[in-house]
Structure formats: structure tokens, C-alpha cells
Design a protein around this ligand. Structure first.
Ligand SMILES: Cc1cc2nc3c(=O)[nH]c(=O)nc-3n(C[C@H](O)[C@H](O)[C@H](O)COP(=O)(O)OP(=O)(O)OC[C@H]3O[C@@H](n4cnc5c(N)ncnc54)[C@H](O)[C@@H]3O)c2cc1C
Length: 587
């Protein structure tokens, strides 16, 4: 055993431990040792980048007080591990451990593909959903991404400011490098098993249900107790030890003890360093180059084309710096811009100061350019993704976050593109090439249908294909000419644009098409539930999904398309029940 001297010994190379090590070194603490019981810390790249001093494979065995050394008046500590003995001025226990009784706070099916705190052995190349909002969830996400898994972190309720700085930065880095997708606002309300694989059902309308190879829950881990690290009463009372953890009220399983401290700050532990408190956002805002730094840190893609259909409706293309953009027609990706970006309107975002350096992200269906430069139906996505996006105006109830910022962007500008393309709204259920396929949408809800129509035609679909879209005016049809061209070449394709505010066109809604059997009259296309798939995308009121109330199916007061189709014998494709009505709600 050697008796090495340190200013600070941190037990635990997890997100919190690494954060404390980095911030202490940056604040002027001279010598910091991180003691990690396993053979790796959670974010290994940080060790070299931040010049951290780590003792691997060292488990703490005791923490005791030591008499002052070198004439100092201050009591020191002796930290013993399985390999070394350290004299130190301060010690932080960041290590946390499994809480064996922890259960997921939602309905979860039993399956060996659904795990708690355990990484699936087959993770490389698999799609894994991590559920949780703590540092531990970030740690699991990072380990899975490093192992080569396609990871989605459902972090509904996550407050990034409550993550440790290393956890928060690492999460952003995983997103920026397109190694993980983070759903900050989504938490499933159920994880079921469908066809042998876990399916997460989300309770918010922004996140469609998603299926994975594995689901991993990040448990609420518990802070170690003084006894777990062999800490003596004298050390506990010395005022020189700190435990990282939540308060007792929030986490009743955390053991309490005299001398217990929540968190740690350099200013208290090392007063001679005179470290002033500061807010990261404040510091950043003082510098003009900050916006460029934030863009460089957060954006991972370039807008290569930005074609306004009119001032408030755009077809844009986005090229990621790296990563795979293969996807199925109908799926969606997420785009993001920083709150620091200027808005086109003069609305004010609530709490802008708190989120100024964060990203606002939204989901967007992937559209399709339809024809290539030679006039042929275009093949897959190539290097860019096409989106069809409308500007959302502010209302008394809502200050839109993303589209008023996107409105000021032009080709060459940088943007954030989420790493994972997802969604179940695809042509998967259309297996019969002679079946009838009907696409009904409002506004930009046409986007996924453009991609799906091209896919069907490219595959030689023989049955009738109809795409109808409800808009306000003729000018709101970004793809009109292209659809008219398709109609000329493919006799089985019909495009049915429906402006509702044009003097020369009778005002009709999508629902009227079903009520009045317009497709049968105009194109001879019958809506026969035995041979028809209907795809509905856009405004939830047009779709009109029913709710289950006390075991009873209740349709919305304003009749939507689903109710009219169900009356005709169609069934909704939903959760575990296969059907021929497919839908994607935009809000
Ligand atoms: C899976 C999925 C795919 C989506 N694909 C597209 C797409 O391809 N194109 C697109 O423009 N939007 C799409 N959206 C909506 C998009 O995610 C944003 O909600 C929208 O761009 C508004 O963002 P915001 O931050 O400006 O406003 P927010 O603050 O998010 O405002 C949301 C409100 O804006 C209105 N709104 C949202 N989307 C639209 C819309 N498309 N048309 C009219 N009003 C709308 C609704 O009233 C909604 O309550 C999609 C949503 C989902 C869940």
C-alpha cells in the first residue's frame, strides 16, 4: 500500500464523479484522484480529454480521519481501497448502487428482452430503448451507443440542469454525433410485447408507438451508505466528506447519517480558491462568438435546399454530416434549432433565459422529391432528407418554438438532425399489389404520403392509389405539379387537392369525400374494407381517433374520418390490433 497525497479523492467514475473531478480541476484544485471499482469509467473518452487521474479496479474499503500533516491545522482523511491508501483533504462518494426492489413506474410486460439496469449482450446493431431521466440513464445510453446499438432514450421529465455537467454534455455529444436519439418529452405509459419484441406505447401524441429489440430501464439507483464504504463516525463528522445524491424526501431509500451532505461544491471544500458562483448561460451570453460556438457544438447537419412554396410553407432538404439516413417511406426524423436563434415573429418564448442555450426539437415526416433530375421517379434518400414544413403562428395559448426560427434559415445554414429515423406509419401492411391504397391528409400531412406513393409506384403497385389533401388555398400545394405529372404517367394514381378557401371550389373537407363516396364517383375507386388500406396524416381533428371511456369506444364530437370508415367496416391499426386504417397525428 502506498500513501499518496491528494486534495480530493472521488469514489466512483460515473457521470457525477467525473463531473466533480473535471469541475474541481478547472476551479484550481491541484490533485484529484477518481477511484473506480471496475475496469472502465462511464465516459472513457473524458479521461484523456480532461487529463483525469483514475485508479481502476479499486473498491473503497475504509474512510477515516487522519491527523493534520505538515503543520496544517486541517484534519485530513485516509481513504483505503483494495489497492491503495490515499491521504486527502476531502472525499466525495459518487458511487451509486442498484436498488433491488425498484420497479418501473408503468405497465411492463414480462420478457427477457425487457431489462432493468442490465445491458443486452447482443446490443451491437440492435435497436434499444432506454427509459429513464437520470445520469444513470445517460450512462446506459452511452454504453449501448459505444457498443454499437441504435439507442433511443425516452427521458420524459428529464431536467437536463439536474443531470451532472458531464452527463448533460455527454448526452448532447451523443445526440450531436447522431449516436443516440433523446426524446426529452416522451415517456411510454406501457411496454408490451408484440410479435416477440418490446413495443413502447407513448402517452403523448408527438411520439408514435415504437418497437425495439430490447428495452432497458434505468432504475432509481441508491446512494451508498457510509457503511458501504467503511466510513468511520469521525470521518462522517469531519465535514470533509460528501455524498452525491438526492434529498431524502425525493428518495426515501437513501440512508441518512450525521454529517450527511447533499452534493459538493469546490467553494466550500477549498475556500482558499475563492471560486465565484456563475451561471453557464449568463457567461455564454456575454460573448458574441457564443452563438457560433453553440451552433458548432449542437448542429450536425446542413440545410442544402430551402424552397418556399410561399412565405410560410417550405420544402427543405437536410444533409447530415455523417450517419445513416436510410428509412422506410412514411417515417419521420427530428429537426432542431437552438433557442438562441432569431424568430421571424415578435412572440416571446416563455422562460427564454433558462433554455437560451438549449435546442427546440420537433418531429417531421420525411417527404420525397418525387422525380430525379432526369424526370424518373426518384430512388431512396441519397445523402439528404426532404421535409415539407409550414410556419405555425403564435396564439394566445402557444408560442411555437421551432418553425418561426426555421423561417429565417437558408441553404448553407446549419441545423440539428436527430440520429434516428423512426415510425410505424409505413407501407408495411400493404402486401397485396392489387389492393386499393388511399392517402388522406391535411396540409403538410401530405409529406409522408409523397414518399409512400413513390414507393408504391416504383414497386409496380397495380391497384388504385389516391392521395387527397385538404389545404386552404391553391398556393398551399407544394407538390401539385409533380402529382399532376405522376397522374399523366400512371393511370392508377389520382391526386385530389381540396382547397377550402377558394371562390371557384366548393368548400369540402376530407370527411365529405368518404360521406359522399367521391372516389367511387370521380375515379371508380370503391372503399371496400376487404381490399383497401387508408392512411391518415395531419390534423388530429380530421383523423378523429376514438377514446376508450369505461370500456366504451367514444368518437370525438366533431366526426373524423376514422368514425366514417369504422361505420363502413374498417378497423384502426392500433397497438396490438392490426387494421386497415393507419394514422399519424401531427399534434
Ligand atoms: C410524427 C410527426 C411528424 C410531423 N411531421 C410534420 C411535417 O412533415 N410537417 C410539418 O409542418 N409538421 C409536422 N409535424 C408537426 C411538427 O412536429 C411541429 O409540431 C410543428 O412544426 C410546429 O412546431 P413549432 O415548434 O413551430 O410549434 P409548437 O410549439 O410545437 O406548436 C404546436 C402547435 O402547432 C400547430 N401545428 C403543428 N404542426 C402543424 C402543422 N403541420 N400544420 C398546422 N399546424 C400545426 C398545432 O396547433 C400544434 O398544437 C409532425 C409531428 C409529428 C408528431
Amino acid at each position: 500500500m502506498s500513501g499518496t497525497e491528494y486534495d480530493l479523492v472521488i469514489i466512483g467514475g460515473n457521470a457525477a464523479g467525473l463531473s466533480l473531478a473535471i469541475s474541481s480541476l478547472r476551479s484550481g484544485v491541484q490533485s484529484v484522484r477518481v477511484v473506480e471499482p471496475t475496469s472502465a469509467v462511464v465516459f472513457p473518452e473524458l479521461v484523456g480529454e480532461q487529463q483525469l487521474d483514475i485508479g481502476y479496479g479499486e473498491s473503497p474499503t475504509s474512510v477515516d480521519v487522519a491527523p493534520p500533516s505538515d503543520g496544517s491545522a486541517e484534519t485530513g482523511l485516509v481513504v483505503r481501497t483494495s489497492k491503495h491508501e490515499y491521504r486527502t483533504r476531502a472525499c466525495v462518494i459518487a458511487l451509486r448502487t442498484d436498488a433491488p426492489d425498484w420497479q418501473p413506474p408503468l405497465e411492463v410486460a414480462s420478457s427477457d428482452r425487457i431489462l432493468i439496469d442490465t445491458l443486452p449482450e447482443t446490443a451491437p446493431d440492435e435497436d434499444v430503448l432506454v427509459i429513464g431521466f437520470t445520469d444513470h440513464a445517460v450512462e446506459l445510453t452511452s454504453l449501448l451507443a459505444t457498443a454499437g446499438a441504435g439507442v433511443v432514450l425516452a427521458a420524459g421529465g428529464m431536467d437536463p440542469t439536474r443531470l451532472s455537467p458531464a452527463g448533460e454534455n455527454w448526452l448532447r455529444r451523443l445526440e450531436r454525433e447522431r449516436r443516440a436519439t433523446v426524446l426529452y418529452r416522451s415517456l411510454p405509459d406501457e411496454v408490451a410485447v408484440v410479435d416477440g419484441y418490446p413495443m413502447a406505447f407513448f402517452n403523448d401524441r408527438r411520439t408514435p408507438d415504437l418497437q425495439f429489440d430490447h428495452v432497458v430501464f434505468a432504475s432509481g439507483r441508491r446512494t451508498l451508505s457510509p457503511a458501504d464504504v467503511g466510513m468511520t463516525e469521525a470521518a462522517l463528522r469531519s465535514g470533509r466528506v460528501w455524498f452525491v445524491g438526492e434529498t431524502d424526501e425525493e428518495n426515501p431509500d437513501v440512508p441518512t447519517a450525521p454529517g450527511w451532505r447533499i452534493g459538493f461544491d469546490v467553494a466550500t471544500a477549498f475556500p482558499e480558491l475563492e471560486v465565484a458562483p456563475r451561471s453557464a448561460a449568463e457567461v455564454r451570453r456575454r460573448f458574441t462568438s457564443v452563438i457560433e460556438d453553440l451552433r458548432a457544438e449542437n448542429y450536425n447537419a446542413t440545410i442544402t435546399s430551402f424552397e418556399p412554396t410561399h412565405s410560410d410553407l417550405w420544402v427543405l432538404r437536410v444533409k447530415p454530416d455523417r450517419g445513416d439516413i436510410s428509412h422506410l417511406p412514411g417515417q419521420y426524423a427530428s429537426l432542431g434549432l437552438g433557442y438562441w436563434e432569431a424568430r421571424i415573429d415578435d412572440a416571446e418564448d416563455a422562460n427564454l433565459d433558462e433554455k437560451w442555450d438549449k435546442l427546440v426539437r420537433r418531429s417531421y415526416s420525411i417527404s420525397h422529391c418525387i422525380f430525379d433530375g432526369h424526370g424518373y421517379l426518384a430512388a431512396g434518400p441519397g445523402e439528404e432528407l426532404e421535409f415539407y414544413i409550414v410556419l405555425v403562428p403564435p396564439t394566445p395559448d402557444n408560442v411555437p418554438g421551432l418553425t418561426p426560427r426555421l423561417a429565417l434559415k437558408r441553404p448553407g445554414d446549419r441545423i440539428y438532425l436527430g440520429p434516428k429515423v423512426a415510425g410505424r406509419y409505413t407501407l408495411g401492411p400493404v402486401v397485396d399489389p392489387d389492393s386499393t391504397v388511399v392517402f388522406l391528409s391535411t396540409g403538410t400531412g401530405e409529406a409522408p404520403h409523397n414518399a409512400m406513393v413513390v414507393e408504391l409506384l416504383r414497386k409496380g403497385h397495380r391497384g388504385p392509389i389516391v392521395s387527397a389533401v385538404s389545404v386552404r388555398q391553391w398556393q398551399d400545394l407544394g407538390y401539385l405539379d409533380k402529382h399532376r405529372t405522376i397522374e399523366k404517367h400512371w393511370g392508377n394514381y389520382h391526386y385530389y387537392p381540396m382547397p377550402t378557401r377558394e371562390p371557384d371550389v366548393p368548400k369540402r373537407y376530407i370527411q365529405d369525400l368518404i360521406r359522399n363516396d367521391v372516389f367511387a364517383t370521380d375515379f371508380g375507386v370503391e372503399l371496400d374494407p376487404t381490399r383497401t388500406h387508408v392512411f391518415l396524416c395531419g390534423n388530429p381533428a380530421m383523423i378523429g381517433l376514438p377514446e376508450e371511456v369505461d370500456g366504451e369506444t367514444r368518437f370525438p364530437e366533431v366526426t373524423g374520418v376514422v368514425e366514417l370508415l369504422v361505420e363502413r367496416g374498417f378497423t384502426v391499426d392500433h397497438r396490438n390490433q392490426r387494421g386497415n386504417i393507419h394514422f399519424e397525428e401531427y399534434w
